[in-house]
Design a protein around this ligand. Structure first.
Ligand code: PSU
Ligand code: MN
Length: 306
């Protein structure tokens, strides 16, 4: 049985060389509450289409890596309560058992690269968690960026992470962290983390060219594009910082560890902001989808992984 199952729309886009944007599914199962998770998954696909590219939401369904889900698949995933969260370490075991699971940034990159898709839009990547010097909790997303040739468009690393340590780690791994159109590193719910971004590019064309240059140099890995949240949707850092610290203390006190940390923090911040964090999250994902579509359109047709 082939491991990858592209939807008819994605298969045709691959065949004809149309721009494609990969989308992850852990954000649906573990990142947002029902029914906003379903509505956002569908509206992000719509944003990609309106920007002239084909969306490919990726998940594992009954032992197949699906590249492009239909509305029914999205609804089923969005409603499931206990679906597995699959990162690099989990993918093969889930496939071997014919299981179902949503894909993190790392697992979505693996699937996208195998399918020949070079550009991927998400909200926030995983990174180095606060307190990682004790917990060693560092997302597999960072290593994936160092080895899999996909340009990932996010809104910066989430403020629930230790941003300076995340940046250090990405630098060590040789991952380009590129702020889009500004000097500061964006911090997910706010446009400015108060830290300078290592690199800056101002156009989708330049981002696509940098992706190609990396390939031509024979460097493995992708690049991380950090697109600031639109100003009207931003939540100021000063509002969020104390709430994040509080959620983090709760996680520690309750002994939450491993892959449960990110979903726990996101849910608590959602509750503590009366849902405002979710509205910001939806707005920034749409903005990332639109930018990713423009980058995908700027990629040359003869890219090695296309
Ligand atoms: N950011 C969000 N929502 C999410 C995630 C990130 O706003 O659901 C998910 C992504 O799929 C990311 C994953 O790859 O969390 C990172 O999890 P971990 O830290 O366990 O690697
Ligand atoms: Mn982790």
């Amino acid at each position: 049985m082939p491991l990858l199952a592209p939807s008819p729309e994605v298969a045709e886009a691959l065949e004809t060389g149309r721009p494609i944007v990969a989308l992850e599914s852990t954000i649906i199962t573990h990142g947002m509450p029902w029914p906003r998770n379903r509505d956002t998954a569908l509206s992000v696909e719509q944003a990609v289409r309106e920007a002239g590219a084909v969306p490919a939401t990726i998940a594992v369904i009954r032992g197949e890596i699906r590249i492009g889900l239909d509305a029914q698949d999205i609804e089923t995933l969005a409603r499931s309560e206990n679906v597995a969260k699959l990162s690099r370490a989990d993918l093969a075991v889930c496939l071997a058992q014919g299981g179902t699971g949503s894909t993190t940034v790392a697992a979505t990159m693996i699937a996208a690269a195998r399918a020949g898709i070079a550009v991927f839009a998400t909200g926030g990547i995983g990174g180095v968690h606060r307190g990682a010097e004790h917990s060693f909790d560092i997302s597999a997303d960072l290593h994936e960026l160092a080895q899999t040739p996909v340009t990932v468009v996010c809104a910066g690393a989430k403020a629930i992470l230790d941003l300076p340590k995340t940046l250090e780690m990405l630098e060590t791994l040789g991952v380009p962290v590129i702020a889009y159109g500004q000097d500061a590193l964006p911090a997910f719910w706010s446009s400015d983390a108060g830290i300078a971004a290592p690199l800056r590019l101002d156009t989708p064309d330049e981002i696509a060219r940098a992706h190609v240059m990396r390939r031509q140099l024979g460097l493995p890995g992708g690049q991380l594009v950090a697109n600031p949240i639109p100003a009207e949707a931003e939540i100021p850092r000063a509002t969020l910082d104390p709430l994040i610290a509080c959620a983090q203390d709760e996680a520690t006190a309750q002994g939450i560890t491993g892959k449960h940390v990110t979903p726990f923090l996101l849910r608590r911040i959602f509750e503590m902001t009366d849902g405002a964090s979710l509205e910001a999250n939806v707005a920034l994902i749409h903005a990332n989808a639109r930018l990713a579509a423009r980058i995908a359109a700027a990629m040359p047709a003869d890219l090695p992984e296309k």
